[in-house]
Design a protein around this ligand. Structure first.
Ligand code: FUC
Length: 778
């Protein structure tokens, strides 16, 4: 096995040329490499193969993904393609909905909530009432025809290289398997080597629950298939997975159904997947064309080039950011052990690994040209996964993107922007047919086909705010990057999202306020046994952001002065946040919180104003902030993975670092984190990985007003540490180090000549970014 791995490791750790990495004998170098490997902060590693799917390690290039099991006798690569979903292009618009709307509204304003909900259920829901699922391609199995007995077993995922490596010894031969999914080449690549010539023999074959057949084409093993019909929507997609074998030595027998390699020295497998999906209304693609092109181009490059190209491209993203929260001896344990024992170990590096793992996941599952991260990112082994593994936009999809801008992964937001652009088209039909309104709307879920109507059941689906919330991410992309050409490009999407509400908000006859109706506070029942209501707190909070961002965007772009006025007038008539008799922030306009049937409900929708929004905070609105804390206490800390993650962000925002840290421990424990570090709802849902990550950042740096707050919620468990490449609003970036809980050194980058106000506790320091950078010792 060449020692490229170890050289990379030493340079990654900054050891080259320091005397620690330089001038060693090959044996010494190998030893140093092993030690470096054990210490690397960027590696997940295990002493045995994955038995469960949530032990396998993910790779992905934003399009093709795989879960790598690392079996000795049999390797399983569970494959995904981000555009393989059930059904086909469809419109869920329900022409009956509009006629029922006035009556549903009347019932709500008369306080007849259950009747309103029943009527909405009967007349206003999408047709079909369920959306399509994200689906697996199937598995590629490599069967070695040996027993599973092996020595020296180790499998790892190196986040910094984007490679899964499995290594073991059998009968005196050391075998190494490396798997990567490269955005640079579009291919999934498996490299198999052994330290004795001729030692590699195996059979490769596909298995799939889809309607599919195996074929040979240009010597490649090809799986052709079609997706499945769902919920009355016909199957419209075809797909293909193709594997090419490049063997060094030995023989390859090719037959439909399997490729059999015998006596090879080394083998590279190049795998590509494609579907016929071209867009929400276009399924005319030819999968074979795409897979062949990828496989042929990759085969011409060969393993070494493919790997180097991949590592360089991956690092160009991954190394934009780094984090160190301190290291203890626990970091030397295998990853599953660290998670299993995390409730008793002192292991601050586990939180840093969690952050970097989330970045790795986003880099792997959300790339320009692909689909946004689903409930499971890119990784799903089922035809009918939990909640369809699609886009739940009443929290989960948004949470997936919370850490994207701050952890310096702006390009990963692009698929989300594209999805919102497509929703602004499909959602315009729903706005018109269901509400008789201009603009566009998306309710609480969407899928590959960008369905936007209310689904599943009125008590979950009758919530017209999903699109509006997603627009916050479009705005944030501008706010972090300050690219006005981008803002001009997305302006019509933002504008039309707001226009929908100009038409669809109604005057509450009792109060004169402008409210959403019918709506609900996501998935939570109020004391009348229904969820349907008018103007829940979250809706007004989201709308305050949407209108404010639209007004700001129009000003920056110098457009639509009349609309700006309309938006401002509408915004001023939205209900304000209220404090209830229990001292809590009210979830509804009525003081219902203390008598609602599920006091510990997972959703904390009314706290949107605290995080991700900044409307309520300890600096500007201390009374509302105190009420938000009361609401959080009433809800309790323990919930599903994503709900725990949201709570951590909220406590951090509210400047309660110790409380945030104690809940983070719950998230990192074995009940909420699987051995492969995937978040457990349970079942696996990737949002918790991303929400937990943004929460860690929120403890380190916040921007609530025109200051940058340094270490605003630093827990005592992280007295010393550093973060590099953390992006800030205003097109800026910060590197920060701290000791004994106090900042030591700060570096800033941003637009030249601008002034930045930094604050730590009561101390404020103003720095000028002369020549676009500044450095100071605190
Ligand atoms: C929402 C949540 C559930 C789950 C689902 C995907 O409905 O309430 O907990 O996360 O989305």
């Amino acid at each position: 096995m060449p020692d490229i791995l170890s050289i990379d490791r030493r340079s990654a750790l900054g050891l080259l040329g320091t005397g620690l990495g330089a001038g060693l004998t090959p044996a010494g170098a190998a030893l140093a490499a092993d030690e470096a490997e054990a210490r690397s902060p960027h590696v997940l590693w295990y002493r045995s193969p994955a038995l469960e799917w949530t032990e396998a390690l993910p790779v992905g290039n934003g399009k093709t993904g795989a879960m790598v099991f690392g079996g000795v006798a049999r390797e399983r690569l569970q494959l995904n393609d981000s555009s393989l979903w059930g059904g086909g292009p469809y419109s869920p618009a329900n022409p009956e909905a509009l006629a029922a709307l006035p009556e549903v509204r009347r019932l709500v304003f008369e306080g007849r909530y259950l009747e309103a909900q029943d009527l909405a259920q009967a007349r206003m829901m999408a047709d079909p009432i369920r959306q399509m699922s994200y689906q697996t391609v199937g598995d590629l199995f490599l069967t070695f025809g040996v027993s599973a007995a092996a020595g020296g077993y180790r499998r790892e995922l190196d986040l910094d290289r984007g490679i899964v490596t499995t290594r073991f010894t059998r009968q005196g031969v050391t075998y190494v398997r490396e798997v990567l999914a490269s955005a640079a080449s579009g291919a999934l690549v498996v490299r198999l080597t052994a330290d004795k010539p001729g030692a590699l023999s195996f059979e490769a074959e596909f298995e799939t629950p889809q309607e599919a057949s195996n074929d040979l084409s240009e010597g490649d093993l090809v799986l052709h298939g079609a997706n499945t019909a769902q919920n009355g929507v016909d199957a419209a997609l075809t797909f293909e997975a193709r594997v090419r074998v490049l063997n060094e030595g030995g023989t390859v027998e090719r037959r439909a159904g399997a490729l059999a390699v015998a006596g090879a020295d080394a083998v590279t497998l190049i795998i590509a997947t494609r579907t016929s999906f071209e867009g929400p209304r276009d399924v005319s693609g030819v999968p074979a064309r795409g897979t062949r092109a990828v496989v042929e181009a990759a085969a011409r490059r060969g393993w070494t080039q493919l790997r180097d190209l991949h590592v360089a491209e991956h690092r160009q993203m991954f190394r934009r950011f780094d984090i160190d929260l301190g290291t203890t001896e626990s970091a030397a344990l295998s990853t599953d052990q660290r998670i299993a024992k995390s409730q008793t170990l002192v292991d601050p590096a586990l939180a840093a690994l969690y952050v970097q793992y989330a970045r790795y996941l986003l880099i792997s599952c959300s790339r320009p040209g692909g689909q946004p991260a689903t409930l499971q990112g890119l990784w799903n082994d089922k035809i009918n996964p939990p909640w369809g593994s699609k886009y739940t936009v009443n929290i989960n999809t948004e949470m997936n993107y919370w850490p994207a801008e701050p952890t310096n992964l702006a390009p990963c937001v692009e698929p989300l922007v594209e999805m919102v652009r497509q929703l602004s088209v499909t959602g315009a039909e729903i706005a018109k047919v269901h509400y008789g309104a201009r603009g566009w709307v998306c309710h609480h879920n969407t899928d590959l086909w960008r369905a936007a109507a209310p689904i599943d059941g009125a008590r979950f689906g009758m919530w017209p705010m999903g699109g509006a919330w997603l627009c916050l991410h479009l705005w944030d992309r501008w706010d972090y990057g300050r690219d006005n050409a981008y803002l001009a490009d997305v302006w019509p999407i933002l504008r039309d999202a707001a226009l929908f509400f100009v038409d669809a908000l109604v005057v509450d006859p009792g109060t004169g306020e402008l409210v959403t109706c019918p709506s609900l506070s996501p998935e939570n029942l109020h004391p009348h046994g229904a969820a349907i209501c008018a103007g829940p707190a979250m809706d007004s909070q989201i709308l305050r952001d949407l209108f404010a961002n639209c007004i700001a965007a129009a000003e920056i772009l110098g457009v639509d002065a009349d609309l700006r006025r309309t938006f401002a007038e509408t915004r001023a008539r939205l209900p304000k946040d209220r404090i209830g008799a229990g001292g809590q922030l009210q979830e509804w306009r009525e003081d219902w919180d203390l008598t609602a049937p599920e006091p510990n409900h997972r959703h904390v929708s009314h706290l949107y104003a605290v995080y991700p929004s900044r409307q309520i905070n300890v600096l500007a609105t201390p009374e509302l902030a105190t009420a938000a804390k009361r609401s959080l206490d009433l809800r309790g800390d323990l919930s599903t993975g994503w709900a725990v993650a949201w709570r951590i962000n909220l406590w951090a925002r509210l400047r309660e670092g110790e409380r945030a840290h104690s809940i983070l421990a719950l998230l990192l424990g074995p009940e909420r984190t699987y051995p492969n570090m995937f978040d457990a709802h349970p079942p696996f849902q990737i949002d918790g990985n991303f929400g937990g990550t943004s929460a860690v950042l929120e403890m380190l740096v916040q921007q609530l007003d025109d200051h940058v707050d340094i270490l605003p919620a630093l827990p005592s468990a992280w007295p010393e540490g550093s973060v590099k490449g953390l992006r800030l609003r205003g097109g800026r970036e910060i590197d920060l180090a701290w000791r004994e809980g106090r900042p030591t050194a700060i570096r800033l980058r941003g637009p030249a000549g601008e002034t930045v106000k930094l604050r730590h506790g009561q101390t404020v320091r103003t720095v000028v970014l002369s020549r676009g950078a500044a450095q100071l010792d605190w």
